[in-house]
Design a protein around this ligand. Sequence first.
Ligand code: SF4
Ligand code: SF4
Length: 302
Amino acid sequence: MSLIFDIKKYSINDGPGIRLTVFFKGCPLNCIWCHNPEGISPKKEKMHNRNKCIKCKSCVGHCPNSALAMEYDEIITDANLCVGCGQCTEACPTGALEISGAELSVDYIMKEIKKESFVFDQSEGGVTFCGGEPLMHRSLLMELLDKCGELRIHRAVDTSLYATESLVREIAQNCELILADMKHMDPAMHKKYTGESNELILSNIRMLANEGFTFTPRIPLIEGINADEQNITAAARFLASLPGFEERTVELLPYHNVAKGKHEKLYTNYNPDNIPMDKPSPETIARCIAIFDSYGIEATSR
Ligand code: SF4
Ligand code: SF4
């Protein structure tokens, strides 16, 4: 069952124009810097906002699985017992609990998309499917791409490209733009920071270029992880080796420490190994842009 964990209106960073972004839940990677940690697990997850909690224990009494308890003045959840049914959220008087992930029908999602038609027309925008990893949800994704295609709505898919070549090709054939994440050029570093190596991803990028698909490489730029000269030079050299590189713009997405609060709500650990990660400075961003420029590639940063 495919779950959606968010639908955001008025996005201006996920493709051309103003966009509606649909977030699929579940990802084959586990990047330590992930801005959307609630998108990693494909299952429903309960999120608890401690700042809103008045410790009334109403949720504890309403959980049919005895997954909740109050210990040391804190609500704790037994993840093995919680099935994400959401009954506790209904019992909470302050909105401190929410469930991330919902089974939304194609009709419901299309209704949300169609509501934005005017905005899409005025801004030359469209819909972007991201996650998590939308390619983990082939059936729902393809149905939505087909329906948007029938309505001539611009379709972008933001993907890690950690998927089979045939699936990437099928999705690329059914959308106007692939937003292709490039996290690290070194296979060992990629595995260390995301849990998987990068060979499949780079091979899929090469396939997209060789077969003439429209794609935008995107690099989450993180000081201490991948913003060094060696990695950016390797990325520029790789992209410059692909056909059509001179028409392609690389997007640098500076890291922000926005995930910490979400990890607290999920009761998961943010950066458990304390790997140094920082927002890149303006100087670092300028240096990265200059490296791409030296290879004849335009790079932009938000
Ligand atoms: S989501 Fe359901 S199972 Fe999980 S803690 Fe809440 S009531 Fe219990
Ligand atoms: S019901 Fe809500 S406010 Fe009350 S203890 Fe549970 S999470 Fe906190």
